[in-house]
Ligand binder design. Structure first.
Ligand code: AP5
Length: 213
């Protein structure tokens, strides 16, 4: 069965790290940030405007996300999906819908202090792998770079934007009965274990709800 999970959490909360790990369980890892960065790379008509928004840490207008993410989901409607970083506004959550289109909204619960440490040490490998210079360093020889929006001032702005939106999102998903909080400050393997057990639980529930053939 094709589960649909959304990952909601602050920048540096570990959404991308866990999304990539879940891909090994057959999920498509759909990161709105990666999609937007790919649009910048493609040099399309909005590339320059988009690049400036990403560099500044501002949110991209909802309508742009509706198009980019909506097209992708329509094209992959039968597949198991992790939506990483979308929705991040109430308008996006309403547009995506409540219980009918997703199985759980996984909130990465983590303090600002840990976020700021992590994003100061984050580097990205040439193949897109995510590393942490202190905790999960790149193997020797790997070429890496920093994201432009991991500049400390921009990080603070991104974090403030998330903190401003999260209460409404939490209320929305609590109201829909889909909220699942995870302790995202734990080491990455422990966070994976929490998410894997949630996926197991949702898969068993979906199987037992299927009519017997
Ligand atoms: P996006 O790319 O989505 O960035 P983000 O949400 O700010 O999240 P990050 O990618 O920074 O962090 P993450 O949670 O994935 O953490 P990671 O796994 O890398 O968005 C970028 C921009 O695009 C936005 O600012 C906005 O402009 C725009 N945008 C995107 N979606 C949008 C939307 N829906 N609406 C409007 N605009 C949108 O981990 C971080 C670090 O910690 C890494 O170094 C990692 O190795 C380390 N780490 C991970 N887990 C652990 C752990 N458990 N213990 C110790 N270290 C860990």
């Amino acid at each position: 069965m094709a589960l649909r999970l959304i990952f909601i959490g602050p920048p540096g909360g570990g959404k991308g790290t866990q999304g990539k790990r879940l891909a090994a369980r057959g999920f498509l890892h759909v990161s709105s940030g990666d999609m937007l960065r790919a649009e910048v790379e493609s040099g399309g008509p909005r590339a320059a405007e988009l690049a400036a928004l990403l560099r500044s840490g501002a949110l991209v207008p909802d309508e742009w996300l509706f198009a980019v993410v909506g097209d992708y989901l329509r094209a992959h409607r039968r597949e198991a999906v992790i939506l990483d970083g979308y929705p991040r506004t109430l308008a996006q959550a309403r547009h995506l819908g409540g219980g009918t289109s997703i199985d759980a909204a996984v909130f990465f619960e983590i303090s600002d202090e840990v976020i700021l440490r992590r994003l100061g040490d984050r580097v990205i490998g040439a193949d897109g792998a995510i590393y942490d210079l202190r905790e999960y360093p790149p193997p020797e020889g790997v070429v890496w770079s920093r994201r432009v929006d991991d500049d400390p001032e921009v990080t603070r702005k991104r974090l403030a934007l998330f903190r401003g939106e999260e209460a409404e999102l939490r209320d929305f998903y609590r109201g829909a009965g889909l909220y699942r909080g995870i302790a995202a400050e734990r080491p990455a393997d422990e966070v994976s274990a929490q998410i894997n057990s949630l996926v197991d639980e949702l898969q068993s529930a979906a199987l037992s709800a299927e009519p017997a053939s």
